[in-house]
Design a protein around this ligand. Structure first.
Ligand SMILES: [Zn+2]
Length: 357
């Protein structure tokens, strides 16, 4: 008589097959990390914008999802300085701080730790490269508005590639200092142009606007997607790996204006960039992709509309709100990002996964 295979045996076999399949797909630890921050991108922004988006919804492609608690050291409602600094140094700090803790002590950022491990680093943004979110990864200043001062931290060489706006804080400085010449002397290529062109350098500052980049509504086009691809191409020449931070900066700006269409057009663009990044990660088993926000902006609600199939976007503030924001993770080590945690845990998780300490 043939013995029936027990349910338990079938289950164990299935579990083995599944874990082998998963481990064959992605390494347990990444060498290359792409960290995407949708500034001001809460669940309402994603829910609303993706309900009318006709292309591929990138957020559906993530196997692991978490929730990040965004409060800063002294205020329940954070700003982008404290929000990005929580990611970059792993400490809650005061609003408007850049790369310093609540006592204004500069602490090593993810980029500085990554450089110590011989990884390459970069930022790609739709704001200026000196804006609070990117600045928190390479600068240490007491106040986010010190853009001229923030620019000088690029000289330290802890951010190999920066693409975005902010030419005025390099070329048209209040102190008349020729920072461009100083950056060139430190080995950077400094480019000031209106269109992003393909380059082969590994250390450059690519400036495409005086301050923030144009909005999508004013024809920014596929800049963010192309800049992301350009940075990955150049950073990939480092076999030790890299950390790249990409920011959809203006999702937040649409929120501050309570301009739903502005916000949605920026989120569509960010979504397309995430898709491009995920396509790259699908072919690279040592890549980790993490997408999150520093906070929600506008206290956006999706309320009832006369047409039962539609919603009315209602803003409850011109500033940020205190709701948790989602974290999406894909690739090597992505499972670490499931759960609910403080924003500072994102730093700890990335440090652990990249063996940065
Ligand atoms: Zn904001």
């Amino acid at each position: 008589m043939i013995k029936p295979i027990s349910f338990k045996v079938v289950l164990i076999t299935l579990q083995c097959v599944l874990s082998i399949a998963l481990s064959a797909q992605h390494a347990s630890k990444p060498k290359r990390v792409i960290f995407l921050i949708g500034d001001g991108m809460g669940l309402s922004q994603i829910s609303g914008a993706m309900s009318t988006y006709t292309g591929q919804n990138a957020f559906l492609r993530f196997p692991f999802i978490g929730l990040s608690k965004t409060s800063s050291a002294k205020q329940y409602i954070t700003d982008s300085g404290a929000g990005a600094t929580a990611f970059s140094i792993g400490k809650k700090t005061y609003n408007h701080a850049i790369g310093v803790d609540a006592d204004t002590v500069p602490l090593p950022t993810l980029f500085e730790l990554a450089k110590q491990r011989k990884l390459s680093t970069g930022v790609v943004v739709t704001s200026s490269i000196q804006h609070a979110t990117p600045a928190s990864f390479y600068a240490h200043v007491g106040n986010r508005r010190l853009y001229d001062s923030i620019s000088t931290f690029l000289l330290n060489g802890n951010c190999d590639i920066a693409i975005g706006g902010g030419a005025d804080f390099i070329f048209n400085r209040k102190d008349k200092r020729d920072l461009s010449a100083e950056l060139k002397a430190s080995g950077f290529l400094v480019i000031n142009d209106t269109i992003l062109k393909d380059i082969a350098a590994t250390k450059y500052i690519y400036l495409l606007a005086k301050d923030g980049m144009p909005t999508m509504q004013k024809g920014r086009g596929d800049y963010l997607k192309r800049a992301a691809e350009q940075a990955v191409k150049n950073l990939s020449t480092n076999k030790n790996g890299f950390m790249l931070m990409i920011e959809g900066s203006q999702i937040d700006w649409g929120g501050h204006e309570n301009n739903y269409k502005y916000m949605a057009s920026e989120l569509y663009d960010f979504n397309e960039t995430i898709n491009v990044v995920l396509d790259m990660a699908a072919k690279d088993k040592e890549m980790l992709v993490v997408v999150t926000a520093d906070h929600e902006t506008g206290g956006l609600a999706l309320n009832e509309h006369d047409d039962p199939l539609r919603f009315s976007p209602i803003y409850t503030t011109k500033d940020h709100s205190g709701v948790m924001v989602p974290v999406f993770a894909y690739g090597a080590g992505a499972q670490e990002f499931a759960g609910m945690y403080e924003n500072t845990e994102i730093f700890n998780k990335l440090v652990k996964l990249l063996n940065l300490k």
